[in-house]
Design a protein around this ligand. Structure first.
Ligand SMILES: NC(=O)N[C@@H](CC(=O)O)C(=O)O
Ligand SMILES: [Zn+2]
Ligand SMILES: [Zn+2]
Length: 352
């Protein structure tokens, strides 16, 4: 009997924050998520964005059509909140089971967020309706005030925008997406109900030095931008703590290499192919392998009021054999490099 496990079997994970894009990119990246995840909350920041129930229905159809044969993957759709969003349309899309969340992008905060919200009074009635029907709001939590340092934008958002918003709409269920700071962790921990947070794979691994020290590394540039080491450690402690308010949202956000490697490059890390091996390594290094399943497969469904997946996935000891880059008909996309070789690979999965 050895202390080091050679295999871990988890309930099939879900990804509670995923960018699948559209067309060529969708076809290239979807198989990676469909191979390892049972469901994913699909982000609506297409160009143009997924704003109405009809948009979400059409996008869902395109995702299902792009699924590899035999894939067992359910896209959970979201609507992109704008100042013109119609509360009845949102409620009907929720009622029919088409959507599982609405996404709030402060206008200008991140990739394709130009149609997002500037004047929060204009979305008050939609948010109230969402609170009434129990539909979660997923929030990109950064202020867009150019006077605020980019490394402070999440913490300032919590004080200036998120906390007042939650006070104005009691009962609204909120997911703080891709938290990157100890302030984000502390804010979640301070509230017992109606609040959860997704944490990405890459923010458990990189701090801001990875982007900037020894040369600029655009493949580590994402939003919210990675912060100081103390924040990464706070995220790791939260993710590995077993606290059910924290769950995996990879924020796998593919951009082609030409789009990232230029004077004004796009934000986003593509982590769908190697997220699970990296997470197994992170949790093992922190002595928390027994809590990996909660983070990847149980806490998210509990927050969203869904059953955990029935299928399983097994990771086995040994480095994964994964590409450093994938080809798409739009150009190559580089896979996130964690800076170490995980000693786990996905060896099998079962559905249902
Ligand atoms: N995370 C990112 O850096 N980029 C995301 C947008 C987002 O999730 O904010 C994208 O769509 O590319
Ligand atoms: Zn975001
Ligand atoms: Zn995202």
């Amino acid at each position: 009997m050895t202390d080091t496990p050679q295999q871990i079997t988890l309930r099939k994970p879900d990804d509670w924050h995923l960018h699948l894009r559209d067309d060529n990119m969708l076809r290239a990246v979807l198989p990676w998520s469909a191979a390892y995840f049972g469901r994913a909350i699909v982000m609506p920041n297409l160009v143009p964005p997924v704003v109405t129930a009809a948009d979400a229905e059409a996008y869902r159809g395109r995702i299902l059509a792009a699924l590899p044969a035999g894939a067992d993957f359910q896209p959970l759709m979201t609507l992109y909140l704008t100042e013109d969003t119609d509360a009845d349309d949102v409620a009907a899309a929720h009622e029919s089971g088409l959507i599982r969340a609405v996404k709030l992008y402060p206008a200008g905060a991140t990739t394709n967020s130009a149609s997002g919200v500037s004047d929060f009074s204009r979305v008050q009635s939609v948010l109230e309706r969402m609170a009434e029907i129990g539909l979660p709001l997923c929030v990109h939590g950064e202020v867009t005030d150019p006077a605020i340092d980019i490394f402070d934008r999440e913490a300032v958002f919590i004080d200036r925008v998120l906390d007042p918003l939650r006070a104005r709409v009691p009962g609204l269920r909120v997911v703080m997406e891709h938290i990157t700071t100890s302030q984000g962790v502390e804010y979640v921990k301070a509230h017992e109900t109606n609040l959860g947070a997704t944490i990405t794979t890459h923010h458990l691994v990189i701090n801001r030095n990875h982007i900037l020290a020894g040369g600029i590394r655009p493949h580590y540039y994402c939003l919210p931008v990675a912060k100081r080491e103390e924040h990464r450690l706070a995220l790791r402690a939260a993710a590995t703590s077993g606290d059910a308010r924290f769950f995996l949202g990879t924020d796998s956000a593919p951009h082609t290499d030409p789009a990232k490697l230029q004077p004004c490059g796009c934000a986003g890390c593509f982590t769908a192919p190697n997220t699970l091996p990296i997470l197994a390594q992170v949790f093992e290094d922190d002595g928390a392998l027994d809590r990996l399943e909660g983070f990847t497969s149980l806490n998210g469904p509990a927050f969203y009021g869904l059953p955990a997946n029935k299928g399983t996935i097994t990771l086995s000891r040994g480095a994964p054999d994964l590409p450093a880059q994938i080809d798409t008909d739009d150009g190559p996309v580089t896979v996130f490099d964690p800076g170490f070789t995980p000693s786990w690979h996905v060896s099998s999965h079962s559905s249902c």
